[in-house]
Each structure stands twice: as C-alpha cells, then as structure tokens.
Design a protein around this ligand. Structure first.
Ligand code: ADP
Ligand code: MG
Length: 283
C-alpha cells in the first residue's frame, strides 16, 4: 500500500476511534517525523499524549459540573497571608486527599468571609482532578432536595445518590435555621454516609449552637456524635476577606466574633472507642 493510502487509513481509524486531537496532530507530527526531528516512538507518544490531555480536560470539566463545583476556586488563589491564624500546611495536607480515603469529616468553622467556601471548593476541585467523585451543596439546597424526594416517595433513592460520592461538601450550616423535618432528613443522610464517605462541612456557628440550628437537641446531639467521630476541625478566627477594605464601616455590634471553642463531645452513646477530633488553635 502506498504511503498516502496508509495515511488515509490512519485518519479513518482516528475518526472511528473518536480521537480528534490525535487526528489534528497527525500532519504536523508526520512532518517532524519526516524531518527526523522525532523518532517513530516519540511520534506515536505525542499523538496519544495530545488526545489524552484533551480527554482529561474534558473529564475534569464534566466532573466539576456534575459535582456542582461551578464557582471554581483554587488553593493557588487563596491568600494564606490574609489568614495567619490558619495553618497553611494543614490545608495543603487536606489537598493531598488522604482524608477522603480515611472517610473523615472536615469541619471548616469561622465567621462570614473568612474563606470557608473558597477552601471547601478548592479541595473539591483537587478531588475532582484526581478522579474522585464529589458533590457540593449548601445545607439548605440539600435539605430542599431531600424534602422534595420524600414528597415524591424517592427519599431512599436520593439518599443513595448522595452517598455515592467519595466526597460530599455541605456548605453554610447554620445560616438558616431548619425545620424539625429538615433536621430529621439531614440526620438520615448523615447516618447513611457515616463511615462510608468523606465530607467537608462549613459553618459560621459553633457546635454548641447546633441544637438551635437543627431545632432539636436530640437530633443535634446524634448528628454531632457521627460528625465528630473521625473528624478534623479547622477554625478560622480571622477577618472577613470580603470586608477587607471596608471593615471600619461595619457597626461594632455586627462585627464577626470568634466562635465558641470546638468541640464539646456529645454524650457517649455507642460504646465505640473514639478518636479525639484535632482542633486547630487560632494563631
Ligand atoms: P465564607 O464562606 O467563609 O463566608 P468565602 O470563602 O465565600 O467566605 O470568601 C468570600 C470571598 O472572599 C470569596 O470570593 C473568596 O474567594 C474570597 N476569599 C476569602 N478568603 C480569601 C483569601 N484568604 N484569599 C483569597 N480570597 C479569599
Ligand atoms: Mg461561605
């Protein structure tokens, strides 16, 4: 077979195999090969690498959408110097994602604007890049979804969906108080995920306020029991990044105050040996 005929067949193979990037790299790489600028092996490697790179970019983009990680924040854009009380190494360690393998619960606590959502999103993006399945939701959206599923007789399906991901990020615990029904639905989800998958929770409220947030002391205590077992607690006590230029305009009585110290461990109810959650002291 003549060389042009072979090239035509190679092109047809790449089209059939849905390898458009390799196809568009074919001619320029052929010219390099003919000019002896690369070996046959390097020629092949370049075509495959180009196709793989574009597929990886597409996979990450799709997974970020599925994870609902739409507001893309990264650790590279987080200014650690602005939060000197936050241990940068602890955040970088979290970004190594071993807590996901260990199915731990990470609590990011702190007043509004201190970067809790930013950090949760950034760790979520790292997890997606490394091929882990992630789902991001605010607590209010999560509970609205569970309540809707319950009304439609689909609660177990919804809970199964929310336990499938390696990492579930629940943002904004405590911004809005929940109805007792909502607290109960959340408990069912937490119970289903307990020791099965990792979570990141963000909150502007201390654990001592969970009774108030969830409108029920018994449910709050049962939630904390599960969510503080195998937990990492990171507290950010610094200033709001949003208000960094205008902090002086906020009236004194509305200024964010440090949260009460975590965690008060809830009553021991299940005779299991407990690991102390490691709290990060403010700097
Ligand atoms: P929180 O969830 O604690 O209320 P956010 O993470 O939403 O705060 O932060 C508010 C805004 O400020 C976001 O746009 C976030 O990207 C930005 N931000 C917060 N802290 C930092 C920081 N240390 N470096 C860079 N941007 C930050
Ligand atoms: Mg937030």
């Amino acid at each position: 077979m003549s060389a042009p005929a072979v090239m035509d067949r190679v092109r047809a193979h790449l089209v059939a195999l849905k390898m458009p990037q390799a196809l568009s790299a074919l001619d320029p790489q052929m010219r390099r090969l003919e000019a002896a600028e690369c070996s046959a092996l390097e020629f092949l490697e370049t075509l495959l690498a180009e196709e793989r790179a574009i597929r990886e970019t597409r996979r990450v983009k799709m997974s970020l959408m599925t994870a609902r990680l739409t507001a893309i924040k990264t650790l590279a854009t987080f200014d650690f110097a602005f939060q000197p009380g936050l241990d940068r190494n602890r955040i970088l360690a979290l970004a190594q994602l071993e807590f996901i393998e260990r199915r731990e619960v990470v609590h990011l606590l702190g007043p509004p604007g201190t970067g809790k959502t930013h950090l949760a999103l950034a760790i979520g993006v790292e997890a997606v890049r490394s091929g882990k399945s992630v789902f991001f939701s605010t607590l209010a959206e999560l509970i609205a979804g569970l309540a809707k599923a319950e009304r439609e007789g689909q609660l177990q399906t919804r809970i199964r969906f929310l336990t499938r991901n390696a990492l579930l990020i629940i943002d904004e615990i405590g911004y809005l108080p929940l109805s007792p029904g909502g607290a109960n639905l959340f408990f069912q989800l937490v119970n289903a995920r307990y020791e099965r998958g990792a979570m990141i929770l963000t909150s502007n409220r201390g654990f001592s306020e969970w009774g108030e947030i969830f409108g029920d002391l018994v449910v709050a205590s049962a939630l904390l029991d599960r969510l503080l077992h195998h937990a990492i607690v990171l507290q950010i006590d610094g200033q709001s990044y949003r208000l960094r230029q205008h902090a002086q305009l906020v009236p004194e009585h509305l200024k964010a105050r440090p949260l009460p110290r975590p965690p008060e461990e809830p009553g021991k109810k299940r005779g299991r040996p407990r690991k102390e959650p490691h709290a990060i002291p403010p700097g």
